[in-house]
Design a protein around this ligand. Structure first.
Ligand code: G3I
Length: 451
């Protein structure tokens, strides 16, 4: 087994976590104007799922660093990412997230150790005894690498079936090791990192129903027999087919009454405007009403990278502007947004000036075509914009109007000629004529940038 030792020893990390709490507390004493600081004022964390691949995007990290006090790697700690072949652990992407979080004083949730999905085929093909060993080795490998650095681990994820039966879900673990695999996983996890909270995490268990009843029965049994479990995670992926349940708080409370913490682990609510905001408020209020609800995590920073991006389920839109849902969450947490804060739509103090660009072919003939690029301002007025257009290597541009091009190879960077100034949401564009020279492929647009 090849494992990289974490750079930060456990003691140093504990110091960082304490520093994070101090930062949040100091922040909240001034003005709780971010999700993390407002939640800290309520004794809770407010987290988000993070993808390592987006950490290079300035607006993404600025929003993450400003607003959140906890991060969950969205995919980077899963079995397929960390142990793609037996005994060979790769932590590069997960380390990137953990290092980023620690350097900004954020805590980290671990997701997830034992799950039927994103499971490499070498695991599924093992027999019972090999699988038991592999499961324990995997837990030890992950938890050992991050020992002392993770506030809560999703030890087992989604082990129960949907529907009325309350049965366990068929999986290599369930099918080969039986019901006892969950207990074995938790016992192994406790020994691997005694400081981490050990959580069972699932979806469609947010209200009182047959599935949550089955999880409840398991947790009650674990507590009565001394099986180490510290918390239950409620994923809370909501939409019109699966709305916020009316007995959400009551369900969280009954689990808390068993003697475990509860956490909202993957919150997102499809929708928009005031209806979405009202649903987010309900969720936050439910958590705050339950003493042992220790924190909430939304499943992503911005709508554009959500696993349900079409449903715009998050607190920031694709341009990192705060949505009504953001305001609802912040105010439910007891915080308030100052005028001119970064992320406020239309606020004059907002530094985020954005634009989008789209391309259409407006005319076409054997040897050439006309292309039109439309530039649209985001929620802030634009005074200048830039967009790159990459042409297939054979093609050449013979004329361009309503824009000023500069060339580098087959990439043209276009800036305004007379049309740089746009009101929020307004559009302009430029056109060009290209010779195909044997290639009928479309050009590709780079990101539109604006100031
Ligand atoms: O990284 C590859 C990329 O190289 C490849 O080109 C592309 C082609 O499909 O796939 C990329 O991987 C995708 C990965 O997300 C990263 O974007 C996978 O296909 C895709 O399946 C994976 O989806 C993730 C999903 O879990 C998989 O089960 C979502 O991002 C992630 O948000 C989602 O999270 C789960 C929780 O872990 C458990 N609870 C439910 C929740 C939502 O489904």
């Amino acid at each position: 087994m090849s494992m990289k030792l974490r750079r930060l020893p456990r003691a140093a990390t504990a110091g960082l976590v304490a520093a994070a709490a101090l930062t949040a507390a100091a922040h909240s004493a001034e003005a709780a104007d971010t999700l993390g600081s407002a939640a800290a004022g309520q004794g809770r964390y407010f987290g988000t799922a993070v993808a390592a691949s987006h950490l290079g995007e300035a607006d993404y990290t600025a929003t993450l660093d400003r607003e959140f006090s906890s991060v969950t790697p969205e995919n980077e700690m899963k079995w397929d990412a960390t142990e793609p072949s037996r005994g060979t652990f790769t932590f590069t992407s997960a380390d990137r997230i953990v290092d980023h979080a620690q350097s900004r004083g954020m805590d980290v949730r671990g997701h997830t150790l034992v799950w039927h999905s994103q499971l490499p085929s070498w695991v599924s093909s093992l027999g019972a005894s090999g699988l038991r060993t592999a499961m324990k080795d995997h837990i030890n490998g992950l938890m050992g690498h991050y020992k002392g650095e993770i506030h809560s681990w999703d030890v087992v994820n989604e082990a129960f079936q949907d529907g009325g039966s309350g049965a366990r879900r068929s999986s290599p673990f369930q099918d080969k090791l039986g019901d006892g695999f969950i207990e074995e996983a938790f016992r192994t996890a406790r020994a691997a990192d005694p400081a981490a909270k050990l959580c069972y995490n699932d979806y469609n268990t947010d209200g009182v129903n047959a599935k949550s009843d089955a999880v409840y029965t398991m947790v009650k049994d674990f507590k009565s027999r001394g099986v180490p479990i510290d918390c239950v995670g409620f994923q809370s992926h909501f939409n019109s087919n699966s709305p916020v349940p009316s007995d959400y708080r009551q369900n969280l409370q009954r689990f808390a009454d068993l003697g475990v913490d509860v956490q909202i682990t993957e919150l997102d609510i499809e929708g928009s405007g005031s209806a979405q905001a009202a649903d987010y408020r309900k969720v936050v209020e439910a958590c705050l009403a339950v003493d042992r609800c220790t924190g909430m995590t939304v499943w992503g920073v911005t709508d554009k990278y959500s696993w349900r991006s079409g449903g715009t389920p998050l607190l920031f839109d694709g341009n990192y502007q705060e949505k009504p849902a953001y305001d609802a969450v912040l105010s439910a947490l007891g915080g308030s947004d100052g005028p001119g804060d970064p992320g406020d739509p239309g606020d004059p103090g907002d530094a985020t000036v954005t634009c989008t660009a789209t391309y259409t072919r407006t005319a076409d003939w054997n040897s050439g075509y006309n292309g039109q690029v439309t530039i649209t301002a985001g929620d802030e007025p634009v005074s200048a914009w830039t967009v790159t257009v990459t042409l297939p290597a054979q093609q050449s541009v013979s004329s361009l109007w309503n824009g000023t091009p500069t060339w580098s190879g087959n990439v043209m960077t276009v800036r305004p000629s007379w049309n740089g100034t746009l009101a929020a949401g307004a559009s302009t564009g430029f056109g060009f004529t290209a010779a195909k020279n044997g290639s009928d492929a479309a050009p590709t647009l780079g990101t539109c940038t604006a100031s």
